[in-house]
Design a protein around this ligand. Structure first.
Ligand code: GUN
Ligand code: FE
Length: 429
């Protein structure tokens, strides 16, 4: 039940709601489920038309497919249909909170925000910033980049009672000067805005950062020196992190954003999700369109589970091979330790769903507002019909976690019947 301000009044099974609130109109949606809306923590709105172009690794993929496409947003009108389609498809898949990168263009960014405002989605967006080592058409003057970002932040951050927010968006260290990164850290702090960027996705990217910032200890240290790391910082990918980097990130309370299908698609690697969670990092889940092929976050949950199972199975096989060697137990233990072979349990579908909902909300510091169905929170929820994912349509008798697993592994476009943000229907019948 939702109050007039779009907040959850009560959340309970249908029969209990009827009993507890006699006389109130309660709609029976069974066998559909009401679930919290999904939080996609990292995607690139302008890249939706470049999804699934296979073959290249990160840096050549950016040069060949992405930068030319993003240059087209110099025409602000290009952002309008792109944003409309992007948000509509996110909502259709059940994503009610969209955290996304735009392009370097201020006007186009403004149009994208207007579309988010109009369609009702909860959105945290940011104009991309890059002031060196990128094509002329996209390279910004440092001061202009900071000024335009600050202006967008002043216009949009906190708009509509906090439904819209701003994230300062330096693309990644290889295309940003230290002055730009230090400047935007100060701006983000001043406005209480988020910062989003990429970290440690691809080995060639990491090597380039080492060349460009020889004074820094490692990639993470570049962002630390710029003052970018804090609890409002979202770091895409975070695959190849050293122990020292992880200690810095954990201390800062920054979020490591898992983008499993993108990581597989552009051959970046497999993020050690279980390990990062066990070490106590904040972690969220994301589509990373256009590195990822789709805005379907259920598919990302499935990929997170599958990649985690793959890591587990590979490690187990390596341990078996180690056991077959003629080593004493002590030596074997040391080798296993050095190679990080201790098999962690794979991520379960329930855990993946948690990452895509309350985990994402916590990453944004919005766990008191969204992420689960509790009285007092904003009514951001979806109506999910599990029959859409069931091959025998409604004949199976499954436990709830089994139904959820089905929906994650067999997501279909019609599965989400409706989506609501603050009690307002933003998708569906
Ligand atoms: N690193 C810097 N820019 C990008 C981007 O657009 N997509 C991905 N996946 N990684 C990046
Ligand atoms: Fe990305």
């Amino acid at each position: 039940m939702v109050d007039g301000a779009g907040r959850i009044l009560a959340a309970a099974p249908f029969a209990a709601l009827q009993r507890l609130h006699p006389g109130e109109p309660v709609q029976d949606l069974r066998p559909a489920w009401i679930l919290p809306g999904l939080v996609d923590l990292h995607a690139h709105l302008p890249q939706y038309s470049a999804v699934a172009l296979d073959g290249l690794e990160l840096l050549p993929w950016l040069e060949n497919h992405i930068f030319p496409l993003e240059a087209g947003f110099a025409d602000p009108e290009a952002a309008v249909p792109a944003a409309r389609l992007f948000f509509a498809h996110q909502l259709a898949w059940g994503t009610t909170t969209s955290v996304a990168y735009l392009t370097v263009h201020q006007e186009a960014a403004d149009r994208a925000f207007r579309e988010a405002e109009a369609c009702g989605i909860r959105a945290i967006l940011g104009k991309v910033m890059m002031d060196r080592h990128c094509p002329d058409a996209l390279r910004e003057d440092t001061a202009a980049s900071l000024a335009q970002s600050a202006e967008l932040c002043e216009t949009w951050h906190g708009r509509d009672g906090g439904r819209l927010g701003y994230a300062f968006t330096p693309r990644f260290a290889p295309v940003c000067s230290m002055d730009l990164m230090a400047g935007l850290s100060r701006e983000a702090e001043k406005h209480g805005a988020w910062i989003q960027t990429h970290l440690s996705e691809n080995l060639d990217e990491i090597a380039r950062v080492r060349e460009l910032f020889p004074e820094a200890r490692d990639y993470t240290d570049v962002y630390a020196r710029a003052g970018m790391l804090g609890p409002r910082t979202l770091l895409g990918h975070c695959i190849h992190l050293s122990e020292g980097e992880r200690a810095v990130l954990r201390e800062a309370g920054a979020t490591l954003v898992h983008c499993p299908r993108s990581n597989a698609f552009i051959k970046s690697g497999i993020m050690p999700l279980r390990q990062w969670l066990a070490e106590g990092h904040r972690v969220g889940l994301a589509s990373d369109v256009g590195g990822g092929p789709s805005l379907d976050l259920w598919g990302e949950m499935a990929a997170a589970c599958d990649q985690s199972k793959q890591r587990w199975a590979e490690r187990r096989a390596q341990l078996r091979r180690l056991e077959a060697l003629d080593l004493d137990a002590d030596a074997r233990g040391r080798v296993a330790e050095a190679l990080g072979l201790h098999a962690h349990a794979p991520i379960t579908p329930v855990e993946a769903f948690h990452l895509a909902t309350l985990g994402g909300a916590r990453a944004l510091g919005l766990e008191r507002t969204i992420g689960s169905l509790e009285p007092g929170k904003d009514a951001d929820f979806i109506v999910l019909d599990p029959r859409a994912a069931d091959p025998l349509a409604d004949r199976a008798v499954l436990r709830p976690e089994e139904v959820l697993s089905r929906c994650i592994y067999r997501s279909t476009p019609g599965m989400v019947q409706a989506a609501y943000v603050r009690g307002r229907r933003v998708h569906g019948r």
